[in-house]
Each structure stands twice: as structure tokens, then as C-alpha cells.
Design a protein around this ligand. Structure first.
Ligand SMILES: NC(=O)c1ccc[n+]([C@@H]2O[C@H](COP(=O)([O-])OP(=O)(O)OC[C@H]3O[C@@H](n4cnc5c(N)ncnc54)[C@H](O)[C@@H]3O)[C@@H](O)[C@H]2O)c1
Length: 474
């Protein structure tokens, strides 16, 4: 028998809340509360009066397994706290806070090398437990006993129940097998960008998520940046698309953090341009489609001293994409998406990021790196910070205070969606209709990135077209 989904809405007028079945990973029962969505009615049948609750949804707390124990999950990079803007990570901190606020229950974390967990726990105790009040930092770890096991995610997921969730921040080539393993077991999935490297894998995840009726989102947090989402709405009123130009970069020092995989498992376009390609696809959803991609790259810095990345590593990649309007045969646009991980040190920003959108009736310019807020310190000089992404300073009561940061909101939206589907209050496909970064809504982002990689490797333009209901490359 397939495992039952936690907290599904019952068909009857007075449903019995369904409790989640728990096995080894999350052994204790989930605390739940019920939320009547409509007022209680009294129906009089002459002698008998029944209380009718037309519908009652059980909103269970969500159990979440974090896949990956690195910079984005914990802020721990193996050689100490990250030197980037994510010193205490994003995923773990957000989930600990969502547990404090009653949305999340049991947590697990899976990596490859179990011997890292004592240092990770100490890092979290010191920098989260020691800084914010009322944080429960407990989580179950995999692989256990300090073992090394790249397949430990299977054991961790096998211990979960349908309706639980995973959040995946692992190297790009591992996203597809981990996500597919979870989806096939009825587990909701939030996967970091780039969702997968191949368009064929993206198509398979769309189909699997549909078949197993789970929420599958890509963690494109920039869609929740207030400036970006407002700009998207403004761009919608500017008529036919004409030109989009995006730049995103990180300082060369990041190559020390990324050395293990940079140029081997992924490239800078997948790593950084994925953000702005997704924003452009989001703005153009329903307005235009990409038809052709040509890529160019600069090289020589990442492969030299002191970074010594593998010879295939590009420094800066530009993808030039042709777009065709879906309503006007004569309107065509061009998108240029450039990303680099060899930007200068000490430029004052961790990620330089700006874009320009031009359409028939106007233009939009966004500079997300400089937000009218900078700090200058004698020793280190001037730096521009972005508390709109993650705000790490505590509240006046000593609690974590970054609930409005778009890094946090992105994870919370997924947690809310998974709980709502578990409760039977919404269906996974509802989220495709409202502009969220679902696996179905992000397919063209992967199509462009995959086409860009092929264009670089094979030194040719790559076409994108729809075949039936699937996007394919040619
Ligand atoms: N660091 C960032 O700022 C950032 C931001 C957004 C997205 N991402 C994305 O996150 C992913 C990488 O995460 P990170 O930045 O935390 O990297 P990281 O290198 O710091 O950590 C990667 C983690 O993945 C784990 N891992 C590797 N193979 C695994 C497997 N088979 N099963 C379970 N865990 C495995 C490693 O043990 C490690 O803990 C990439 O896809 C990247 O594009 C990173």
C-alpha cells in the first residue's frame, strides 16, 4: 500500500485529522492544529440539531530533511565559517526559526562525510544558539557514526513519510538523483538553482512531481526580492519585449570555496546566470519564448595561480538568447546574460548584480548590489550590504529578525505550500498558476542554461523548441 500523505483533507463534512506515520528519522508524532476555514453552522432537522463543519483542514507541522551541509545550509565550509555573505548559512537558520514559529517539526541533515557533524553542530551552537533566543538546533544526522557515504541521502529519505519534505543544496550533478529519489517516495522537494543541468532531467522531474502529486519548487529566491518582483509587475505593462542585459559576479576568492567542483561539475553560468535567466523567463512567461542560444567565454584567471582550477574552467560566460514574441510574429527580443567568478576582490559587494529590461514602451533598471546602504570600516574599507536578502541582526527581544528577507521568504513559501497540500487545502498544480518557481514554471531557465553549455562545448548555436508539451534542444 502506498504511504498515506500527512494531514490530507477528508472528504466527509467532519473529517478526522490524519496523523503522519513516522519511522526512524522522525520518530515522534507531529503536533498539529486544526483550522476551520468556514464558520461552524447549526442545521436544524426538526427534533435533531447537527453541528456541521463544512470543511476542516489539518495543518501539520512539516518534517524537513536538509540535503547538503555546506555553505548555504549551515555556513560551514569545511575549513571554518564561510567568508562570504552566508557565514551562518540560510537553510538551517530559516528552518530553526520556522520551527520556533510553529511551522516545522523534525529536522534532519544529510551530507557525505559524517565526521563533519561535530564541527557543524559547534558552529551552529555558537553562531545561532549563542546569538538568537529560543532556537532549538536539534537535528538527526546522516551518515551516522562519522562514516563517509555519498548515498546516505537514500537512508535518510527511506526513514521519512510521504508528505515530509527535503531541501536540496548539494553540488549540481547530485540534484537530479536526490530529487527523483524523494519525489518517487511522495516527498515534497525544494531544490536550489540550477535545478538540474540537463533539460531532459528537468522534464523528468516535472512528470514525476505530477505523478506523485508533490510540491516541487526551485529555490529561485530572487523572485521574492521586493525590487525584482515589483519590477516584474512594471515590465508587464511595457508591451513587447526588446532587450534584456544582466550582469552577476562574485570575487575571485570564491574560487577557493568552489575549487572542488568549479569547472568540473558546473560552470559560472549555471551557478550565477541561473538567477537572472530565471527572472527574465519569469517576466516573459506567456509573452515570449527563447528560440536560440549562442555562448562565449573568457578564460585564464581561474586556471592560473593561486586558484588552479581544472583547465576547462571558464572565468566569465555570456549567453546570448533570441526570444520570439508569442503574440506578434514580427517582435523578436534579445537577452544577454553574463556571469563571472573572477571579479575583483574588495569591490565592496559580495555579488555584483544588475539588469536592464527594455520593451516597446519603456525600460526597467535594477541594481541589486547597491541599495543606498553602505558601511565603511577603517581596516576593510567601504562595503554595501543586503539585509533585504538575509538580515542577521537580532530583534529587540533577542530573537532572529530576518523573516522578511527574501532568502527566508523563499523557503517559507515552500514550507507553506507543502503543508497546505498535505492539509488538502491546495493542490501542487495550483502553484504553477500563480507565478511561483515550480519545477514546471522553471523549465525554460534550464533549457537556456543547458543550451549555453552545449554551445560552449560544441561551439555552435543551439535551438530551443516545443515538441508536443515538452521543450527540447536541437
Ligand atoms: N553558496 C551559495 O551562495 C549558493 C547560493 C545559492 C545556491 N547555491 C547552490 O547550492 C548548491 C551547493 O550548495 P553550497 O553552496 O552549500 O555548497 P557547498 O560546497 O558548501 O556544500 C555542498 C554540500 O553538499 C554535500 N553533498 C555532496 N554530495 C552529496 C550527496 N550525494 N548527498 C548529500 N550531500 C551531498 C556536501 O557534503 C556538502 O555538505 C549548488 O547547487 C549551488 O548552485 C549555493
Amino acid at each position: 500500500m502506498p504511504p498515506s500523505r500527512s494531514g490530507c483533507a477528508a472528504e466527509a463534512s467532519v473529517p478526522t485529522p490524519v496523523r503522519q506515520e513516522h519511522r526512524s528519522v522522525f520518530p515522534e508524532p507531529v503536533r498539529s492544529f486544526t483550522r476551520p476555514l468556514v464558520p461552524v453552522k447549526k442545521v436544524d432537522h426538526g427534533e435533531q440539531a447537527d453541528i456541521v463543519l463544512p470543511q476542516l483542514f489539518t495543518m501539520n507541522k512539516l518534517n524537513v530533511l536538509m540535503c547538503g551541509t555546506g555553505e548555504y545550509t549551515t555556513g560551514w565550509t569545511g575549513s571554518g565559517a564561510s567568508k562570504s555573505d552566508k557565514k551562518i548559512g540560510v537553510v538551517g537558520l530559516t528552518l530553526f526559526d520556522l520551527r520556533r514559529l510553529g511551522k516545522v517539526d523534525k529536522l534532519g541533515m544529510v551530507g557525505v562525510n559524517g565526521s563533519k557533524f561535530p564541527a557543524i553542530r559547534q558552529h551552529l551552537e555558537q553562531n545561532i544558539g549563542g546569538v538568537y533566543k529560543d532556537m532549538d538546533l536539534s537535528f538527526d544526522e546522516f551518515p551516522k557514526g562519522g562514516q563517509i557515504n555519498p548515498d546516505a541521502y537514500k537512508e535518510a529519505i527511506d526513514g521519512m513519510s510521504a508528505g515530509d519534505a527535503i531541501i536540496v543544496f548539494t553540488p549540481d550533478p547530485t540534484h537530479y538523483p536526490i530529487c527523483m529519489y524523494a519525489i518517487e517516495r511522495g516527498i515534497h522537494v525544494l531544490v536550489t538553482k540550477p535545478a538540474v543541468k540537463l533539460l531532459s532531467h528537468h522534464n523528468e522531474l516535472i512528470a514525476a512531481a505530477k505523478k506523485h502529486n508533490v510540491v516541487c519548487f526551485v529555490e529561485h529566491h530572487k523572485r521574492f526580492d521586493p525590487a525584482y518582483s515589483d519590477a516584474k509587475a512594471k515590465a508587464a505593462n511595457l508591451g513587447e519585449f526588446n532587450f534584456f542585459n544582466a550582469w552577476m559576479s562574485q570575487p575571485k576568492s570564491q574560487l577557493e570555496t568552489f575549487r572542488a567542483w568549479a569547472g568540473k561539475d558546473s560552470d559560472i553560468s549555471y551557478y550565477l546566470s541561473s538567477h537572472h535567466i530565471d527572472i527574465c523567463c519569469w517576466i516573459l512567461q506567456g509573452k515570449a519564448v527563447p528560440t536560440r542560444v549562442v555562448a562565449s567565454a573568457a578564460t585564464g584567471i581561474a586556471t592560473s595561480e593561486p586558484y588552479n582550477c581544472v583547465p576547462e574552467t571558464e572565468d566569465t560566460i555570456t549567453l546570448m538568447v533570441d526570444w520570439q514574441s508569442t503574440s506578434s510574429p514580427t517582435h523578436k527580443g534579445v537577452g544577454v546574460y553574463t556571469a563571472s567568478w573572477t571579479a575583483p576582490l574588495k569591490s565592496g559587494v559580495h555579488s555584483a548584480q544588475h539588469w536592464y529590461y527594455m520593451a516597446e514602451k519603456g525600460e526597467v533598471t535594477v541594481d541589486q548590489a547597491h541599495r543606498g546602504y553602505d558601511v565603511t570600516v577603517d581596516d576593510t574599507g567601504k562595503a554595501w550590504y543586503n539585509p533585504f536578502y538575509m538580515k542577521y541582526s537580532p530583534s529587540e527581544s533577542g530573537h532572529f529578525d530576518g523573516q522578511r528577507g527574501y532568502g527566508y521568504v523563499s523557503i517559507e513559501k515552500f514550507v507553506d505550500a507543502a503543508r497546505s497540500v498535505n492539509a488538502g487545502s491546495t493542490k501542487p498544480e495550483d502553484y504553477d498558476a500563480n507565478g511561483l518557481p515550480t519545477i514546471a514554471n522553471t523549465v525554460l531557465t534550464t533549457a537556456i542554461l543547458n543550451a549555453g553549455r552545449i554551445s560552449l562545448d560544441e561551439k555552435r548555436p543551439v535551438g530551443i523548441r516545443k515538441e508536443g508539451d515538452k521543450w527540447v534542444l536541437e
